[in-house]
Design a protein around this ligand. Sequence first.
Ligand code: ADP
Ligand code: MG
Ligand code: ZN
Length: 476
Amino acid sequence: MEFEPVIGLEVHAQLKTKTKIFCSCSTQFGAPPNTHTCPVCLGMPGVLPVLNRKVVEYTLRMAMATHCEINPESRFARKNYFYPDLPKGYQISQYELPIARNGWIRIDTNGSRKRIGINRIHMEEDAGKLIHSPDRPVSMVDFNRTGVPLIEIVSEPDIRSPEEAGAYLRQLRSIVRYLNVCDGNLEEGSFRCDANISIRPAGTEALGTRTELKNLNSFRYVEKALHYEIIRQKEILLEGGEIVQETRLWDTEKNRSFSMRGKEEAHDYRYFPDPDLLPLVVDKQWIAAVQKSLPELPEARKLRFTADYGLPAYDAELLTADRDLADFFETCLQAFADPKQVSNWIMGPLLALLNAGHLSAAQSPVSPGQLAELLKLIDTGTVSAKIAKTVFEQMAATGKPPAVIVEEKGLVQVSDSGAIETLVDKVLDAHPAEVAAYRGGKPKLIGFFVGQVMKETRGKANPQVVNRILKDRLDR
Ligand code: ADP
Ligand code: MG
Ligand code: ZN
């Protein structure tokens, strides 16, 4: 029997506001434990939360970028549970009336485009962090993260494969980064994903019983854990068993998931409207102002890159997935108007350089203007494409402009026929046997002669000119 996977993702994105959602403590990451705390985020009795306006603004940006309807009035609710990292005994979240509903984003997998529905986006506060001591039987709590703003983005169960799940997450991450509302880092936990998955006989409509997968802190783990879970569920169903609705933890060492706990239900949390917070009213002017402030988003930019610059879809996808990289491309293009050439240099040498140093395009040691200058030097024949790679490495290492490096290192391409003729003669004189062999019917030896001339000039001779002169001499 054929089975079809049904997947829905819940993503928690940490918002990049300066202060927490209900108090003015800093959200800065990496401070000494418990230094960014106050009576509000520590949950002392009698304190009152005050909503951070920026949190709402960032959430609205994300909601509009994902085509959601905005609820003019939404509510905060208390989600009650006990855990040592939650001093109040409840998390302030949104439940019945979230700020946004019914959106979608588009994903591309293997060339086919598809919409994935977004059921809701709501705001909530993060919990603290437990640190388990490696050498003593104790756990410690750091409340710096308590009250850091999160948005939860809940997809519809529209995803049909682990690859689609990966594509959805990448697209979502690209959008939060374009909007500058979240840094989208899975490894550091500022962008976290829980995956809900069930399977059903192909061609049927009813949803099967699902499990929820946690601890998926990289795109690779998300896809691996889903593949594993599809096989696990299939085996159970084929043996006539039943899927247990539960939460499972992905074990990155053992490459399998383990049951963590039975799935909790909403009523376990005794949700109720938070009496300390007024309903949140978002008026039309605010919505309009946020709408106007939205930047061009990755999908639109990608389409523009193929339409306006004639780039292949592959190039456009890669360049626009990251806003800084797309900006780099367009700035470079302003000074050197050959899109494919600029794209090749960005996707090749530039990305290699950035990846090696774990740098974003905005931190590139070679500026877009400098790359454009280098491309001009190739275009005018001042340096060969091969030498340009060396120049590029020098630019990255020294920060000097390409023309200066070419000058200092004497890398100017030799295109002067006179100079090359002399070298060609020298090479031919030094290799009479090869010359005879060439003339006797081994035309491939031309490569050998070109190589010798290049060696003489340390790669600086213009290969076209060398070829022309060699042929001229050898064929006469
Ligand atoms: P919960 O209250 O447990 O968080 P939700 O109804 O909010 O449950 O759904 C959470 C996620 O699970 C959503 O992304 C949704 O699309 C997905 N989901 C719900 N039912 C199923 C199912 N049967 N199979 C796969 N995914 C599902
Ligand atoms: Mg949920
Ligand atoms: Zn605080």
